[in-house]
Design a protein around this ligand. Structure first.
Ligand code: 9UX
Length: 70
């Protein structure tokens, strides 16, 4: 399934790259594409393999946050 979610803490293109790499490294994430200007991430993932909470935690580990409460 595909969802666009707000990402908190990105200040530059390198930040966006870090977020994108981290999300794409998670098993169950088919593709993650980060929009720096929009401060968001489009994630295509398999809910049976990975949760939004797991994505949020993974980003928290590297200093960013994913807003999943909506
Ligand atoms: Mo550039 Mo983003 O130093 O933290 S990687 S602002």
């Amino acid at each position: 399934m595909k969802q666009t979610l707000p990402v908190v803490g990105m200040a530059c293109a390198a930040c966006a790259g870090s977020v994108e790499r981290k999300l794409n490294s998670l098993k169950g994430v088919t593709n993650a594409s980060v929009n720096l200007v929009g401060r968001s991430a489009l994630v295509d993932y398999d809910p049976a393999q990975v949760t939004l909470e797991a994505m949020k935690q993974a980003l928290n580990d590297i200093g960013f946050d994913l807003v999943i409460e909506q």
